[in-house]
Write a protein that binds this ligand. Structure first.
Ligand code: C2E
Ligand code: CA
Ligand code: CA
Ligand code: CA
Length: 271
């Protein structure tokens, strides 16, 4: 299996080319999927730990076409971020999620909340809060039923700007949570400076028995800062019991339900 230097270099170049053309191919697939609106949203219930009642759902994007090629939402979302297409896609997501929420509210599930994942570039758009306000207006939904999930990656880009946008959102009345909390490298100081409502403990901590002290600590810290705490990725009864015993506010995860189509998730709602 001896390969001389020349062949090695050639092989390396070929594989780079392959990767590049794969990516270009994917990029054009994504562009097409966006213009043809080949996406749908699935919804995962979020429950109050104390009562085990569904209080809201997190909207998660799906695409049949990409699924067939083995490309996960995480992968095509990150490509959408790299290429800037996330702005158009992100707007479609908010619009579609609010449209669905309105349908549910009209069916009598009046208090249901919707959580939507917001990519860094969306948050950093000039008129982000205004866009949100207009979409709420369009769908006739009160701001308090909308929760935006942003990550540490988003908030640490430009701290002063973040403070400004979060204050605008607060004024509007929408809720904001920090997603994947504990996986970023930001300082804790911002938790105090930013107008936030909730912390979502990353699923990697919730799952791992070795990390239960971290989960405990995040719950206590979040609460001391006046934030509500959500645990994501709850897969077992044991994990849920731990969260209940440690006064976590909300949870979501496969233990209760995977993300499901709108018509399928409805059965969990109470009027
Ligand atoms: P995320 O926001 O942290 O979403 C949670 C992910 O964990 C989802 O994966 C969900 O299906 C999965 N999950 C839920 N419960 C469990 C569980 O009990 N165990 C395990 N192992 N996983 C669980 P999904 O839907 O594949 O999304 C992956 C990521 O892609 C999301 O992570 C988010 O960063 C991004 N994403 C998904 N939908 C959207 C979207 O509409 N907009 C944006 N900007 N990003 C999205
Ligand atoms: Ca999320
Ligand atoms: Ca998360
Ligand atoms: Ca994530």
């Amino acid at each position: 299996h001896f390969v001389d230097t020349k062949n090695k270099i050639k092989f390396f170049n070929n594989s780079m080319l392959g990767q590049l053309s794969g990516k270009l191919n994917l990029e054009s697939k994504l562009r097409k999927a966006i213009s043809n609106k080949e996406f749908k949203l699935h919804y995962q219930p979020q429950l109050e730990c104390k009562t085990n009642k569904v209080v809201g759902v997190e909207a998660l994007i799906r695409c049949q076409k990409f699924r067939e090629c083995g490309i996960s939402p995480e992968e095509f979302i990150s490509l959408a971020e790299e290429t800037g297409m996330i702005l158009e896609l992100g707007e479609w997501i908010i619009d579609a999620a609010l449209k669905q929420l309105k349908i549910w509210h009209n069916k009598g599930y009046n208090n249901l909340l919707i959580s939507i994942n917001i990519a860094p570039q969306q948050f950093q758009q000039d008129d982000f809060a205004l866009k949100i306000e207009q979409l709420l207006q369009k769908h006739q939904i009160e701001a308090k039923y909308l929760e935006l999930e942003i990550t540490e990656r988003t908030v640490i880009k430009d701290v002063n700007y973040t403070v400004e946008v979060l204050n605008e959102l607060k004024k509007l009345g929408v809720l904001v949570s920090i997603d994947d909390f504990g996986t970023g490298y930001s300082s804790l100081e911002y938790l105090n400076r930013f107008a936030l409502d909730k912390l979502k403990i990353d699923k990697s901590f919730v799952h791992n028995n070795n990390n239960l002290k971290i989960v405990k600590t995040i719950i206590v810290m979040g609460k001391n800062l006046g934030l509500e705490v959500v645990a994501e990725g709850v897969e077992t009864q044991q994990e849920l019991e731990f969260l209940i015993n440690n006064n976590c506010n909300y949870y979501q995860g496969y233990y209760f339900s995977k993300p499901k189509k709108a018509v399928e998730v409805e059965k969990y709602f109470e009027k």
